[in-house]
Design a protein around this ligand. Structure first.
Ligand code: NGO
Length: 543
């Protein structure tokens, strides 16, 4: 059993030493200003406005703090179903720790927590929001429901960390006064999870989704197939899941999602405003499929199932017609289950496929994705072929990647291929933090917290136009990871940093202020039972 993972919330008293809570604790001892009291003491007792992760585009502090009390109501005035759902979600976060009823109502009123959709507020865009807090109310306004949801995450982080606890805690529950106006820098703020090397249950994936939502991540890229396991039921090729999904790295039992389970993941992600991007990796990383169906192999012989961690040895048979029937069937079924716009076809590390065969394969598969109404995403090796119109390439090189390879990706970007930036030596959450990290890999080097945050996706790839950059993504590969505690320990505290690179304006980028905001998140992770790496680079609160 690993000792660094703390699965139980720390007692509230132990939290009082933390940066976030010293002030709130002091408020509990003295006279807490009433909701409409003068500004002097109230703001001091609350988390300063905008001291959250990701940093908001703009925060203007001032005026009275808002205080949640037993009388507070959550108002969703426009009566929309989505606003109501988000109100219920917020109530679900606040009720256990505050102990208040917090009814969600569409009755009009100027007090309370107000969630409003202003469909004509163009400035807020598809995901932006405005949060205004004063003595009478805290109001979140957005044009779209996604923006309202992100605004609710901001509200959560403005409250003391113990609001995350699942048992009743002492208040006061203050939100500093002022206004936050916030829209994301990038439309693609992704997290990737490898459920193939080790299988993760629907419940484990939901837990990760909830962690992502707190940091305004909006894409969940699921790596559903690889040499070690095929993880999604495909009706037309049933052995993929029943046989190809029957093991994992190290030889454990593996597993797969039924179609109903996959849909449940998609639904849950959507309820947190994340779009699922399914990946079926090809032509390599396909041993599980090749083992399940002999006819997919060039020599007609099925290899055994594989439970090691080598890469690049398998390949679909590029010259057989049945390969494309297989791809067509799989893409059709995956597309039908996926409301999102994208389908990731992998394309990485095809070391046992010749260049000519690789190009022919990728150029034949991309139109199949289009035929089923989806937009292609591929790892950046896709640019060795001809990326389809509108396709996105996910760059996963490192500082050591050769200039020619970088230039090829940049050239594709100039010609219209969008980029998702995932440098392995910056954003790979499976890289060890240091040589002493008990989990993870180190092929791209060690990635300490500062290294994962302190770079700019907009200018990362020399020669790529900044408009081509659609966003960032943090992959979490699972060769060495098999439990939620493992995922948490590798994702925290690096994931919030990559999320911030995706959301916050470049002008807010600053390690010295970031590390203080990041440190202030720790009591929240404690309250949520998220065990994290206590990097010496971050000024964690004592306690
Ligand atoms: C590489 C490789 C994966 C590994 C991962 C481990 C890509 C795109 N292909 O990233 O198969 O799991 O590294 O860090």
């Amino acid at each position: 059993m690993r000792t660094h993972h703390r699965s139980l919330p720390r007692p509230a008293a132990a939290l009082l030493g933390s940066l976030l809570l010293v002030a709130a604790g002091a408020g509990a001892l003295g006279a807490v200003p009433a909701a409409a009291s003068p500004t002097a003491s109230a703001p001091a007792a609350a988390t300063p406005l905008g001291q959250i992760v990701p940093a908001p585009a703009k925060a203007t502090a001032g005026g009275s703090a808002y205080r949640i009390t037993a009388a507070t109501r959550i108002r969703v005035e426009d009566g929309s179903r989505e606003a109501r759902r988000i109100g219920d979600y917020l109530a679900g976060v606040l009720r256990p720790s505050t102990g208040y009823k917090l009814p969600v109502t569409d009755a009009e009123g100027r007090d309370g927590i107000r969630l409003e959709l202003h469909r004509k507020d163009g400035e807020l865009g598809a995901e932006g929001y405005r949060l205004t807090s004063d003595g009478r109310s805290v109001t979140v306004v957005a044009r779209e429901a996604a923006g309202l949801f992100h605004g609710v995450q901001t509200l959560r982080q403005q409250l003391p960390a113990k609001v995350e606890a699942d048992s009743r805690q002492a208040g006061p529950w203050l939100v500093a006064g002022g206004t936050i106006e916030d829209t994301p820098r990038y439309a693609w703020r992704g997290a990737h999870l490898d459920v193939s090397r080790h299988f993760f249950t629907v419940g484990q994936v939901k837990r990760y989704i909830d962690e992502l939502a707190l940091y305004k991540v909006n894409k969940l890229h699921l790596h559903l197939s690889d040499d070690q396991g095929w993880r999604l039921a495909i009706d037309s090729w049933p052995r993929l899941a029943t046989y190809g999904g029957s093991t994992q790295v190290g030889g454990g039992a593996g597993g797969y999602y039924t179609k109903a389970q996959y849909k449940e993941i998609v639904r849950y992600a959507a309820s947190r405003y994340l779009e699922v991007v399914p990946e079926i990796d090809m032509p390599s990383h396909t041993n599980a499929a090749l083992a399940s169906y002999a006819e997919l192999n060039c020599d007609g012989v099925a290899p055994p199932l594989y439970t090691g961690t080598e890469v690049g040895f398998s390949s679909l048979c590029v010259n057989k017609d049945i390969t494309y029937k297989f791809v067509d069937d799989v893409v059709r079924e995956v597309a039908a289950l996926t409301p999102g716009r994208y389908l990731h076809i992998g394309g990485d590390e095809a070391h046992s496929t010749s260049h000519e065969d690789y190009v022919a394969f990728m150029n034949k598969v991309q139109p199949i994705v289009a035929k089923y109404g989806k937009t292609v995403v591929g790892w950046h090796q896709l640019t060795e072929a001809t990326p389809a119109k509108g396709a996105l390439a996910q760059y996963w090189g490192t500082e050591g990647t050769g200039a020619a390879e970088k230039a090829r990706v940049a050239e594709a970007a100039k010609n219209g291929t969008g980029l998702i930036i995932s440098p392995a030596d910056r954003t790979y959450l499976d890289m060890k933090y240091t040589k002493d990290t008990p989990l993870g890999l180190s092929w791209a080097g060690y990635v300490e917290v500062r290294r994962s945050y302190d770079w700019d996706p907009g200018t990362y790839l020399p020669g790529a136009p900044s408009e081509a950059v659609k966003g960032v993504e943090a992959p979490l590969w699972s060769e060495t990871l098999s439990t939620s505690a493992h995922l948490d320990y590798m994702a925290f505290p690096r994931l919030p940093g990559v999320a911030e690179l995706g959301w916050s304006p470049a002008a807010t980028h600053d390690w010295d202020t970031y590390k203080v905001r990041l440190a202030a998140q720790a009591p929240r992770w404690d309250a949520l039972g998220i065990g994290y790496y206590k990097s010496p680079q971050v000024p964690w609160p004592a306690g």
